[in-house]
Design a protein around this ligand. Structure first.
Ligand SMILES: Nc1ncnc2c1ncn2[C@@H]1O[C@H](COP(=O)(O)OP(=O)(O)O)[C@@H](O)[C@H]1O
Ligand SMILES: [Mg+2]
Length: 197
């Protein structure tokens, strides 16, 4: 079993196939009814998003079964390593391409960290628990900001190279938008510096 921030992950079988059961765990600091409702909604929304982005040619686990009342998604088991464990420039490039495609269809990831991608021959995005629709460059910039921040704290030596490769991958799909989004990112970063100072 794995423990995510939001959920417990169990290995299981689905009609003979290796599968994963993702069950959102109750958060006791939330009021019970509210918590149940939130977990139910996020379960439905995540399974829809994971399905939807397949239409854009992006690789995500196949959804086998959803039980909103148990906050459970049963999905394809993806073999490979978490990108956070085996990160390289070329993986960052691929994640950049992936995110750029997502953004070009106005989907914001909402929790863009390398641990939400699994690397095998191809890259698979496994977690869309906090994803949502938005056309706003500010939201797209926020995705990129989080990714940059995680690189900074976990891969300090190679972070600027990794981040540059991520941006190159992003640019290879959508160069026009990226410049506007990076402008936004600068604004967000200077706002945060100002807030801390
Ligand atoms: N479909 C899957 N195939 C293989 N491993 C998975 C799959 N889904 C989740 N995992 C593993 O469980 C961990 C937590 O899952 P994740 O969906 O990111 O949960 P959370 O939303 O709580 O962060 C992942 O980092 C990954 O290692
Ligand atoms: Mg996760």
């Amino acid at each position: 079993m794995f423990k995510g921030a939001e959920s417990n992950i169990y290995l299981t079988k689905w009609y003979g196939k290796k599968a994963v059961s993702k069950i959102r765990i109750p958060k006791t600091y939330r009021q019970r009814m509210l918590d149940e409702d939130l977990r139910k909604k996020r379960t439905i929304s995540e399974s829809r998003m994971l399905n939807l982005v397949k239409e854009f040619g992006l690789r995500t686990p196949y959804i086998y079964f959803v039980d909103p009342s148990r906050a459970e998604i049963v999905m394809e088991f993806i073999s490979g390593n978490r990108a956070s464990k085996v990160l390289t420039s070329s993986i960052c490039f691929d994640i950049g391409k992936f995110v750029s495609t997502l953004h070009s269809f106005n989907i914001i990831h909402g929790d863009l960290t390398p641990s939400n991608f699994i690397v095998n021959k191809k890259i698979t995005m496994i977690d869309m628990g906090l994803s949502f629709y938005s056309r706003r460059n500010e939201d797209k910039a926020e995705d990129i900001r989080l990714f940059k921040e995680i690189l900074n704290s976990t891969h300090h030596n190679s972070c600027s190279e990794f981040f540059c490769n991520f941006l190159d991958g992003y640019r290879s799909i959508n160069s026009k938008e990226l410049e506007k989004i990076l402008q936004r990112l600068k604004e967000i970063e200077s706002r945060k510096r100002y807030a801390i100072a």
